[in-house]
Write a protein that binds this ligand. Structure first.
Ligand code: 3PG
Length: 305
């Protein structure tokens, strides 16, 4: 079977080597399409692929229609909002993700961004510390749990809210569970976003919600830009000169946010999962899942059942 690894943002070289070895060890063929500049290259490359490994690459109806032999797409990572899962289902294509495989990398970046923010982007002026600050974790999945683990080392006071996770599971992890996302924003100095981009969450981080934060509040986003109501947040930052927005996903309105000098920072390209370890973990997990699918029909990680 031909497995196409299509990554506009490539994996680390050592991860690619491991993925290739894994695919070939099961008698499958591995084809690479990295750093493609145009979707036409992807449309061409998928033509004869039986399986595909992607990152945030957009798997649209056009890509699916071009891929006449495709049976499985594995998103090497957590969020699969970039894949038209319903259309894939219609075409009998299995879509999977590799949950948890890159979550430590994303969680570590949260703290890289936070230290940078509370130290005034290293401008030489006196900043603040994370010790003792109230940290709110919005969604307690794999990344949220890793954030909580690291926050304990910083001596932070940790709270979480997750609409789909029982309070007892949050508390079992040594984190205080709150009753709503409004309560989390009201209570915490810093809120770290770990919600997926879904119909329910898109635009949900809005003017009124963030406006509940106490003086000096910081929102850190390593989730998705779509969860932010950008117009609402821009309006709030105008009204509240104490707030900071720090993100690993450049907003559409980056130029408008950039006007808030000293209160806004975005990485130039999403860097959360961009480590050799995360690439290797997620990439090899994806390759193994494809091998298992072809060998035994295993669809344990399917997200479009
Ligand atoms: C994920 O959903 O796994 C992360 O956002 C990482 O995405 P990336 O592979 O595009 O960096």
């Amino acid at each position: 079977m031909k497995v196409l690894v299509a990554t506009e943002k490539p994996f680390a070289a050592e991860a690619v080597k491991g993925i290739k070895e894994e695919i070939e060890s099961a008698g499958n063929e591995c084809v690479l399409l990295e750093k493609y500049a145009d979707v036409s290259q992807l449309l061409d490359a998928v033509k004869d692929a039986d399986a595909m490994i992607v990152r945030s690459d957009k798997v649209t109806p056009a890509v699916i229609d071009a891929a006449g032999k495709l049976k499985i797409v594995v998103r090497a990572g957590a969020g699969y909002d970039s894949i038209d899962t319903a259309y894939a289902k219609q075409k009998n294509i299995v879509v999977e993700n590799t949950p948890g495989q890159n979550s430590n990398a994303v969680a570590e970046l949260v703290f890289g961004l936070l230290v940078y923010a509370v130290r005034n982007f290293y401008n030489g002026k006196s900043g603040t510390e994370l010790l003792g600050k109230k940290l709110g974790i919005l969604a307690f999945g794999n990344v949220g749990r890793n954030v909580a683990r690291i926050a304990k080392g910083f001596g932070m006071d940790i709270y979480a809210y997750d609409a789909y996770c029982p309070k007892s599971a949050i508390e079992d992890a040594g984190v205080k569970a709150v009753d709503s996302q409004e309560a989390l924003f009201e209570l915490c100095d810093i809120v770290s976003l770990h919600i997926p981009a879904t119909a329910e969450t898109k635009g949900s981080i809005n003017h009124d919600l963030v406006g509940k934060m106490r003086k000096g509040g910081i929102v850190v986003n390593t989730a998705r830009k779509e969860v932010i109501d950008e117009a609402g947040l821009l309006k709030l930052m105008e009204e509240r000169p104490d707030l900071k927005y720090i993100t690993d996903i450049k907003p559409d309105a980056d130029a408008d946010f950039a006007k808030f000098e000293g209160r806004y920072f975005s990485t130039p390209k999403k860097m959360g999962a961009q480590t050799a370890e995360a690439n290797t973990n997620a990439g090899i997990a994806a390759a193994r899942q494809i091998n298992a699918f072809f060998a035994t029909g295993d669809t344990r990680f399917q997200v479009n059942k």
